[in-house]
Design a protein around this ligand. Structure first.
Ligand code: EPU
Length: 338
């Protein structure tokens, strides 16, 4: 087990921030992790568990131990009349796993094609896109208690999933390392075509009875046309959550902006696209020094070259302040700020 010091994290976060970790270790197996838990460097330092590094922003160097997980494996563990139960190791790449489900006919995750990151990170923020959230297909999550090394199984209900949120981002933050996720996927397809952009895309292609593969390809094409590829332009997807506001706020903003897009978010609440709010404030496609917002989706902050974490965070705060002044709505980061 090799623990590296003063390790540069630039290629371990998709925003491409050159922050340094005081200590860094690459973990390939659960046994290695259990061994690590008993070492002084683990016990005496603040820890950060890193999957694909696609949902975080380093605002400064990390004065602790970064643990990069890389356990691999996809196993069909059980079948019943309606479902396939598939157990996946945390270090598997999310999109490669989705492609495998499409190939095998394990149905449910195709709307979540091309999301960057790892399988182990997916439950933490309950990844979602095009009308589907991963919680709908999670059966259980296995995680290792970072204090004792014991393995605990969380039933889906114990994960407290919500919009881009879970128990692993709240009360259990930093306490567990997700080692495996078991998905319950459909045998008989029940496609989700509720998202207008997806529906319109399939219609435009004259696809009347879509297959799992056609939906996956449609999502890949829509995402590629709207979102920057992190391998080409540093970014971490949507930087903010779409704010959910009360009816009074919603009505006030709508009366001043009759063309505002919105979704109902339960009785008396409305979700307003943060990308729209940011665009209205004039930030879309604008670059300030080394950071900016993406020209086709203002909700995505981009690294235009050699951005530091501080620069990116200062820019994010400038957006938060401007949106608050103009609309009286506060944006919250969707990414983890380190
Ligand atoms: N919009 C603008 N200007 C912009 C961006 C968006 O006016 O610059 C408007 C669009 O015209 C549309 C609405 O905002 O009316 C929604 O835009 P879009 O369909 O692009 O989705 P989003 O709400 O901005 C969310 C997720 C994405 C996910 C898409 C598709 C969040 C925070 N983001 O974005 O997730 O891919 O829906 O389902 O919920 C991610 O989490 O990293 C991510 C990319």
């Amino acid at each position: 087990m090799e623990i590296l010091e003063n390790f540069v994290l630039k290629s371990y976060n998709t925003f491409g921030i050159p922050a340094k970790a005081r200590f860094f270790i690459h973990i390939q197996t659960t046994e290695e992790l259990q061994e690590l838990i008993n070492t002084p460097v683990f016990k005496q330092n603040e820890r950060l568990i890193l999957g694909g590094g696609s949902n975080l922003l380093f605002t400064q160097d990390f004065d602790g131990l970064v643990v990069k997980t890389a356990q691999k494996g996809i196993v069909l563990v059980k079948e019943d009349a309606q479902h396939f139960y598939v157990k996946v190791q945390a270090g598997e790449n999310w999109h490669q796993f989705v492609l495998r489900t499409v190939e095998e006919g394990w149905q449910g995750l195709e709307n979540l094609s091309l999301i960057p990151g790892t399988v182990g990170a997916a439950p933490i923020q309950n990844i979602g896109a095009y009308g589907v959230e991963v919680e709908q297909f999670i059966f259980e999550v296995n995680a290792i208690d970072l204090q004792s090394g014991a393995l605990r199984t969380f039933a889906a209900s114990e994960c407290k999933f919500a919009y881009r949120n879970s128990v692993f981002k709240q009360e259990l933050k930093g306490k567990y390392l997700i080692s495996e996720v078991t998905f319950r996927l459909n045998k008989l397809p029940k496609f989700n075509l509720t998202y207008a952009a997806l529906n319109q895309y399939l219609e435009a292609q004259n696809i009347v009875l879509p297959t799992q593969k056609a939906i996956s390809e449609a999502v890949i094409n829509i995402r590629s046309s709207k979102l920057p590829n992190p391998e080409e332009i540093g970014n971490c997807g949507s930087f903010f959550k779409n704010p959910v506001v009360e009816e009074a706020v919603f009505k006030r903003v709508l009366s001043e902006n009759t063309n505002m897009p919105y979704y109902s978010a339960g009785e008396g609440f409305y979700k307003i696209p943060a990308g729209w709010l940011i665009e209205q404030c004039g930030f879309k496609g604008k670059v300030f020094g080394n950071v900016g917002t993406y020209s086709k989706q203002a909700l995505v902050l981009v690294n235009c070259g050699n951005a530091t974490g501080k620069e990116a965070w200062d820019f994010a705060n400038k957006i938060i302040d401007t949106v608050a002044d103009r609309f009286g709505i506060s944006l919250e980061p969707e990414v983890n700020i380190i």
